[in-house]
Design a protein around this ligand. Sequence first.
Ligand SMILES: *[C@@H]1O[C@H](CO)[C@@H](O)[C@H](O)[C@H]1NC(C)=O
Ligand SMILES: *[C@@H]1O[C@H](CO)[C@@H](O)[C@H](O)[C@H]1NC(C)=O
Length: 261
Amino acid sequence: MAFTHHHLLIFALCILYVESADPSAQICNQNSNTTTSEITKNIDAVLTTLVKTASESGYSATSSGSDQARIFGLAQCRGDVPSEECSSCIQTAAKEIKTMCPDRVDARIWYEYCLIRYNTENFFGQVDTYGVIYANVENVTDPKTFNSALGALMDRINTKASAPGNKGIAKDKTKLSDFETLYALSQCTRDLSQLSCRQCLAIAVGNNFPNFCGNKKGCRVIYSSCYVRYELYPFYFPLDGQKLALESSLKKNYISVVKKP
Ligand SMILES: *[C@@H]1O[C@H](CO)[C@@H](O)[C@H](O)[C@H]1NC(C)=O
Ligand SMILES: *[C@@H]1O[C@H](CO)[C@@H](O)[C@H](O)[C@H]1NC(C)=O
């Protein structure tokens, strides 16, 4: 008995480690301009500010430099994530994004708990649907019931996420049966207006849920300016105790596709 428990704990820790160490997605835009030493200096300055500010408050948008060398940067944690996890995610992301594409001015990196992006173009406030979609390989058993519950849940949280005072995030769950609960979370980057947030979430759901995510047990749409995810297990904080171990490995059970804007 003790052995089994010990084993389970190690297993859970491994999954957590993999989840936090591996980015969910990264885009080094090869169509963007190449850096100069001045731009590199500004990227460094922006990342330093983002790490400092977003580690504390969960969100930061800033710029550094001037004219063609000016860099705009944004960092944000998923709104339900505790500050310690947020801070460590931001630090990892900042380190990783710098080595990821040293020569390009448009870079974006997403982890489950946070994202960082920078660009020479001012992207603040713009709906940007460049990103990656992950769908669980398994299908639901009762698509009709599932899709109607999912539709209602997404409507509810998307309205809430884009409402004033909610910092662009909403999460909720709905019971499908005595044995199954559906969990969902949606979030916009906090530079978006309410209208743009609603627009981004509507595109994320409308363009992907009927096809790539269709009838799948779980799906996440990771866009540059918004995020939606649903699962048949709890994945947002506060987590329901030991159910954390059920979090399945992203790369193993999910298929992904890159969405260009
Ligand atoms: C590249 O730089 C030029 C001038 O410096 C600018 O006009 C152009 O919009 C930039 N292109 C991209 C993709 O950033
Ligand atoms: C899920 O459903 C799709 C479409 O009906 C089918 O092609 C696919 O093989 C199914 N996947 C699994 C794992 O059963």
